[in-house]
Design a protein around this ligand. Structure first.
Ligand SMILES: [Mn+2]
Length: 474
């Protein structure tokens, strides 16, 4: 390969790309598990050094905890510096690999300011001088607690490597993220020679069945082996952090030698021996992606597809506010490993029975707007279900459709269940706290997408929620 004459800007771009890719794969320090990204890399004209500007999205740069997090990230970069330089040396043909200095880019203004400062410095021993973080600084109490709560990805990978049998658990009302995460882990663990199953106690929704790949077992098939015969196993719940959402599989989960929670819900209770909870992750599948990379499992299109399904469904096809640069970078990697977005889209979103539309028609006939069109409430009775021939799970997506009306901030969809209860789904567009509304009825969830299940009758709840919306929506 001929040696190209890079100018500073071009080298900077190359280095930025390399470190960004490394953040997704090789760089496994727990400090990098948040939204750490490289905003810019400026290489000196003589190629002697490069300044790497780092940001951490999703944290308030002025908050005290953010300052601590930033220091932790900078320490992690210092530790990884050698590895990063070797990678740059291997991938860019340069006379000499530049020294690296890492700086926090709290805003673009700040970044430019720092750059001017550096321009006036003698940087011959930049690596020593740039180490602004005192090594002996004690960690704040909260940092220690944080770390005690969460296990680092490489440490969890090591625990999995040592297990012979791993059972995976999806949450009730199975969705693409919980199943995608479980299937991806199941396939990865099997490729390492382990016995692994995803244990379920419900029918897999038709539109995500295509990722199952022989991983799923009904709980009745496994109870004898693992509850009575005392075969040792590790249990992992994905996309859930509490045993309540495992239904009658909870005892099989608790019976494990060790338990693991992998989750991204803010409300996650982290009840396991090892918890890997990241509320900033768009999907649990994002966390599972990193774990599988840490396991060193070779690229596999089936694993990639299962993870992709988790990303696509939890981000509403990469549209919701939880979608990040990291989500897209992971998705890009998955495409490189053989995922076809068009195929997945046909399987998940262009695959419903006509009965679903008959039911939607009936439900759309019930909706009422409140608070000058900022709220919308619709409902489904058992009678509508019987008349249209639709099934309960075919109500999926109705709350989102109602939210999409121009001017609507909150949509609420209520439906009668076959045991006489009422389930509610609420979706908010940009500011309303849907989780707080759901909590008033014993439910919960994410801030813009939440739900509840109540013993109270449909008509009563429809009236009450309509009243709450007209009182609280401005
Ligand atoms: Mn999820």
């Amino acid at each position: 390969m001929t040696r190209r004459n890079y100018r500073g800007g071009r080298i900077g771009e190359e280095i930025k790309r390399i470190i960004s890719e490394m953040l997704l794969r090789e760089l496994k320090d727990p400090a990098f598990s948040g939204f750490v990204s490289v905003t810019d890399v400026r290489a000196a004209d003589d190629g002697s050094y490069a300044t790497v500007y780092i940001t951490m999205l999703g944290s308030d740069p002025n908050a005290e905890t953010a300052a601590e997090e930033r220091k932790e990230v900078m320490r992690a970069f210092e530790r990884a510096k050698g590895l990063i330089r070797r990678e740059i040396g291997a991938r860019i043909q340069l006379r000499r690999t530049p020294e690296l200095r890492f700086l926090f880019d709290t805003s673009s203004e700040y970044g430019r300011h720092i750059e001017e400062l550096i321009g006036s410095l003698d940087i011959s021993d930049a690596s020593e001088e740039s180490n602004e973080i005192p090594e002996d600084e004690p960690l704040a109490e909260t940092d220690v607690d944080e770390r005690r709560k969460n296990i680092a990805v490489p440490d969890l990978a090591e625990i999995l490597t040592k297990a012979d049998v791993v059972l995976l658990f999806t949450h009730e009302n199975m969705d693409g993220d919980t199943l995608g995460s479980a299937v991806a882990l199941c396939l990865a663990l099997r490729s390492l020679g382990k016995e692994s199953f995803a244990v379920v106690d419900e029918k897999i929704p038709d539109n995500i069945l295509f990722i199952e790949n022989g991983c799923v077992r009904e709980i009745s098939e496994l109870e004898t082996t693992f509850l009575s015969e005392k075969t040792p196993y590790l249990a992992i719940m994905s996309d859930v952090g509490e045993t309540e959402r495992l239904g009658r599989r909870a005892s099989l989960f608790r019976n494990a030698e060790k338990t693991v929670c992998i989750d991204h819900h803010v409300s996650s209770k982290a009840v396991c021996d090892y918890n890997l909870i990241d509320a900033k992750a768009a999907a649990s599948a994002e966390i599972v992606f990193e774990l599988i990379e840490a396991l060193g499992v070779p690229a596999d299109a089936r694993i990639a597809e299962a993870i992709y399904v988790g990303l696509v469904t939890d981000t509403g096809r990469f549209q919701y506010a939880n979608t990040t640069e990291k989500t897209h970078l992971i998705a890009a990697t998955l495409l490189r490993r053989g995922v076809s977005p068009a195929k997945v889209s046909v399987e998940i979103y262009q695959n419903f029975r006509p009965e679903k539309l008959y039911l939607e028609n009936a439900v759309m006939g019930t909706f009422r707007t409140v608070a000058n069109g900022k709220g919308v409430v619709a409902y489904m009775t058992r009678e509508m279900l019987a008349q249209t021939g639709a099934m309960d799970e075919e109500t999926e997506g109705i709350a989102e459709k109602l939210r999409a009306i121009r001017g609507v901030e909150v949509s609420v969809f209520l439906r009668e269940t076959d045991d006489g209860k009422t389930k509610g789904s609420m979706r908010a567009k940009s500011y309303y706290d849907a989780a707080a509304l759901a909590e008033r009825f014993g439910g919960g969830g994410h801030i813009r997408a939440a739900g509840f299940s109540s013993e109270r009758p449909l008509a009563e709840l429809t009236a009450e929620i309509t009243r709450i919306l007209s009182d609280t929506l401005r």
